[in-house]
Design a protein around this ligand. Structure first.
Ligand code: GLV
Length: 333
C-alpha cells in the first residue's frame, strides 16, 4: 500500500511539473502592435530568425494567453490589457513617449531600439539640412517661384546647439564637432562629451540657447520637455537662429515658433516632427515660407537591423534575463 501511495504521489508531482512546462512553452508568441506600418517584412524577418515562435499581428490575436512579448509603436490605448501572460514590451523605435502615453499600459519592462542605422540616418539628415541652409537653398527655392537670379555668399553658420544628449544627441554632437562646428549641448543631467560645451538643467538652458546659429532639438518628450521651446525660451536665442526639430513636435509651442518665424527671431525652421502627424492640411506650417516640412523621415526604424535587437531581447526575456536598452519609465526615456 505504501509503495502504491508513493508511486501515485510521485506520478502526480511529475505530471504537475510536466503540465507547467508544457503550458509555459506554449506562452511564447510575439505580438506586433504597430498599427501605422506595413509589417510583412518585419514578420518575415522575425519568422526566419525565430522559426519556432508564432508571430502574431494585432488586432488579429487568436490566443491572447499565448502572447509573452510585444513589439509596440503608437498602440491604441488599452490594446495591451487582454494579454495576461505578457512579460515585456519592446518599442519599435528609439522613442517611447507614444507608448508610455497609454493610461492602461501594463507595468512591464520596456526596451527601445538603439540602432547604429538610426544614428547614421539622423546624422545624414542633419548634415543635409545644415548644407541646405549654409548654401541658402531655402532662399533659392523661394527665388525660383519668381524666376529671380540672385546669387549670395554662403551663410556664415559656425555654432550649433544640440538639445538632448542621449544616444542620438550625443552622437550628433560628436559628429558635428568633428566636422568643425562649434558645438554646445544641453541635457537634463550633466554630461561630458569631448569637443562639446555641455550645459545641464533648466537654469543653464538660456546659456545653451544664447550661443548658437543653429538649434537642433533631439530631446525626449517628457513632462519637463513638453512645450520647452516657447516664446520665453526662443527669445534667449540669437536673432535669426535656424531651428531644426527632429525629436517630437510637442516640445515646441507652435504658436510661439510661428510668431518667432514671422518676426525674424527664428530665420528658418526645418521641421520633421509635429504635435499631430500627419501634419493637418490646414496647419500654418505648410504655408509659412521659411519653414521646410519633412514627414518624420529623419530616422525611420529599419526593420532589417531592428529585428536583431528584437530577437535578442525576446530571447533574454524568455530566459528571465534583463533586456538590453531598457528605459526608465519614471524618467520617460
Ligand atoms: C522615431 O521617431 C523614433 O522614436 O524612433
Amino acid at each position: 500500500m505504501a509503495l502504491v501511495m508513493s508511486c501515485w504521489w510521485r506520478g502526480r508531482f511529475f505530471f504537475r511539473i510536466f503540465a507547467k512546462v508544457a503550458v509555459q512553452s506554449e506562452i511564447m508568441s510575439i505580438l506586433l502592435v504597430i498599427p501605422d506600418r506595413k509589417l510583412t517584412h518585419l514578420v518575415a524577418e522575425l519568422q526566419q530568425q525565430l522559426p519556432q515562435v508564432p508571430i502574431v499581428v494585432w488586432p488579429d490575436v487568436p490566443d491572447p494567453d499565448a502572447i509573452s512579448f510585444a513589439v509596440v509603436w503608437r498602440q491604441p490605448a488599452g490594446s495591451l490589457t487582454p494579454f495576461n501572460n505578457l512579460r515585456a514590451l519592446q518599442s519599435f523605435g528609439a522613442g517611447v513617449d507614444n507608448i508610455l502615453v497609454d493610461p492602461l499600459l501594463p507595468k512591464l519592462p520596456l526596451a527601445r531600439i538603439v540602432d547604429p542605422d538610426l544614428t547614421a540616418s539622423m546624422i545624414q539628415y542633419l548634415d543635409t539640412a545644415l548644407g541646405f541652409y549654409r548654401y541658402r537653398f531655402d532662399e533659392y527655392i523661394n527665388a525660383q517661384q519668381t524666376q529671380r537670379w540672385h546669387p549670395r555668399s554662403r551663410r556664415q553658420l559656425k555654432a550649433v546647439t544640440v538639445l538632448g544628449l542621449g544616444e542620438l544627441g550625443a552622437a550628433v554632437a560628436m559628429h558635428l564637432s568633428q566636422q568643425g562646428w562649434q558645438v554646445s549641448g544641453w541635457s537634463n543631467s550633466a554630461k561630458h562629451i569631448d569637443g562639446v560645451n555641455c550645459y545641464a538643467g533648466l537654469a543653464e538652458l538660456p546659456l545653451a540657447l544664447a550661443e548658437t546659429d543653429v538649434l537642433i532639438c533631439l530631446l525626449p518628450l517628457t513632462s519637463t520637455t513638453n512645450n520647452l521651446l516657447n516664446s520665453e525660451t526662443l527669445a534667449f536665442c540669437r536673432q535669426g537662429v535656424i531651428f531644426i526639430n527632429v525629436a517630437r513636435g510637442a516640445i515646441v509651442d507652435d504658436d510661439a515658433l510661428l510668431a518667432a518665424l514671422q518676426s525674424g527671431q527664428v530665420s528658418a525652421a526645418c521641421l520633421d516632427v509635429f504635435r499631430q502627424e500627419p501634419l493637418p492640411a490646414e496647419h500654418p506650417y505648410w504655408q509659412q515660407p521659411n519653414v521646410l516640412v519633412t514627414p518624420h523621415i529623419s530616422a525611420v526604424t529599419n526593420a532589417q537591423t531592428a529585428v536583431t535587437q528584437i530577437v535578442e531581447n525576446y530571447k533574454r526575456c524568455m530566459a528571465s534575463l534583463p533586456m538590453f536598452n531598457l528605459i526608465d519609465q519614471q524618467r520617460g526615456y
